[in-house]
Design a binder for this molecule. Structure first.
Ligand code: MG
Ligand code: FE
Length: 175
């Protein structure tokens, strides 16, 4: 650890990153709910998404508490949402004929962005001496890794189901 670290500057960045993570979770919830609401013919994927929506809500709640405990202003939280909106809509593929494949692919990428964010937050929390938040972020990280792993193990089946249906029943294949 750099002993010359300016602790107040470090804490400012740390609080920003916690707020970014909270915004990321709110956006995740929006995206996952949209997918959950549209999926009809992929019940296994839909069920895993439903589970991750519950996890995501709990993650946002825990982050909010961490921000409050660290002395951060939670009234600013709402302003941050929508930041990821444009990117998400561009990638989620809701208008695509292979919507389910695009959605699974985007979800997989999104989980890895979350994994990166929590790895960074864990490092920062330790450096500023916030052991409680470091532990919360480790718990959240484990949930993101489990979701990424599930997608890793099931995306191939989604692709093969999609391709099997695409010719004869494109409507069922799509979502
Ligand atoms: Mg999350
Ligand atoms: Fe996630």
């Amino acid at each position: 650890m750099d002993t010359n670290m300016d602790i107040s500057a470090a804490r400012e960045h740390y609080l920003d990153w916690l707020r970014d993570a909270h915004a990321m979770e709110e956006q995740a919830e929006t995206m996952l709910k949209a997918m959950e609401g549209r999926l009809e013919h992929y019940p296994e994927l839909r069920m895993r998404i439903t589970q991750h929506i519950q996890e995501t809500r709990h993650q946002a709640d825990r982050l909010r508490r961490c921000i409050e405990d660290a002395g951060g202003d939670t009234s600013l939280l709402k302003d941050m949402t929508g930041k990821f909106m444009a990117t998400m809509q561009g990638f989620s593929g809701a208008m695509a004929s292979d919507e389910v494949v695009k959605g699974a692919m985007f979800s997989y990428a999104f989980e890895h962005m979350e994994i990166a964010a929590y790895r960074n937050l864990i490092a920062a929390a330790r450096l500023v001496g916030d052991a409680t938040t470091a532990r919360v972020c480790e718990e959240i990280l484990a949930e993101e890794m489990a979701m990424a792993k599930w997608l890793e193990e099931h995306m191939g089946a989604v692709v093969s189901q999609f391709l099997a249906r695409a010719g004869t029943n494109p409507g069922a294949a799509k979502r």
